[in-house]
Design a binder for this molecule. Sequence first.
Ligand code: PMT
Length: 407
Amino acid sequence: MGIANKHVILGVTGGIAAYKSADLARRLREQGAEVRVVMTLNAGQFITPLTMQAVSGHPVHSDLLDPEAEAGMGHIELARWADVVLIAPATANFISRFARGIADDLLTTLCLATQAPIALAPAMNQQMWQNPATQDNIAILNNRGVPILGPAVGDQACGETGPGRMLEPVELIEGVSKLFESGALEGCNVMVTAGPTWEAIDPVRGITNHSSGKMGYAVAHAAAEAGARVILVSGPTALQTPPRVDRVSVLSAQQMYDAVMSKISDTDIFISVAAVADYRPRASADEKIKKHADTLSLELIKNPDILSAVAEHKHVYTVGFAAETTNVEQHAREKLISKGVDLIAANKVGAGKGFGTEDNALILVDRTGLKSLPQARKARLARCLIDEISQRRNAKSTSQDTRQARR
Ligand code: PMT
């Protein structure tokens, strides 16, 4: 599925392989990734920030205590912005500092502050790579699940031969792309609803809401990256269908209900992100309503509750969203019970929150308790949500199997 549209922080540390980082940045962009470069002080001895700025298309970040940089995209914003951090080249010194959690410059601090996966592309002299100190550090990082890409074996800039060459940019891009393909939902049929609904008043007017579809499309994308077959039932949005996702476009809540129900028997997981109108006009006028009268009354009738209807199909693992302006946790718990679903992902909505934004934060509530997914880009949050859903669904079917075996 690749690296297209992913936000990549390319960390460059001070080794001779830094000359390849420019080509790496260029190729990442060619594949559709957005790239921001963070360089250590020593990296600047091998390749200039100006070169990296030219190939990445953005100013290079290198100073932790630069008030100007912090006022723009500071280390916390960078940490939140990233879908992945790729350190290439990663020197023995950087690996050691990262393994120990040292945070004394921008790159190491950012690595502690980000929730995004961090991949390392080691590059150093072969003796340094094989040194027990380096190998201990690599073992620490392996235990932590940090992806180590390479190194390759071959001739080195220092004239020696052995393990320690940085992987080529194409190999690194392949390695990073794989990080987004967890396989957690391999073989699953997932249905996601997204966007607003449109409840027609007459041929030119309707009742709708501020949902942009961004959250739901991100969830559909993340499910496809996790290996699922995904159907996205979408209200009207301006968004492109994510790769490997089948989209069914609808307007009204009733149409969304019909589209969902027609495919529910083949669905394993249902994730209801759409902001569905609870009510619709009893009748939609055939012609445009003229403004003759001083007042106009609309009679509204209730729409079907799609999520509750799906929850009655017990073979489906059902996830609802809850958009709340106050008492988020309490309302989420109430919706979990009243709608009879397996999991509620609740978010706060209101001025600058939830609807239409790039970032979001979720509180997950199920019958075992509560978990917060802190503020992050919707794409990243969606990947975390998909991981959570996959784990919880597995745990549910294991406990069901155990109960059945006891009978
Ligand atoms: O699209 P974005 O701009 O990215 O914004 C994302 C979002 C704020 C819309 C999203 O994160 C979100 O919160 N979606 C749910 C919005 C909502 O309708 O919440 P609710 O609390 O009113 O509904 C609870 C659940 O019931 C939701 O899963 C909803 O999809 C579902 N529902 C509601 C009414 C109805 N008739 N049928 C339903 O299935």
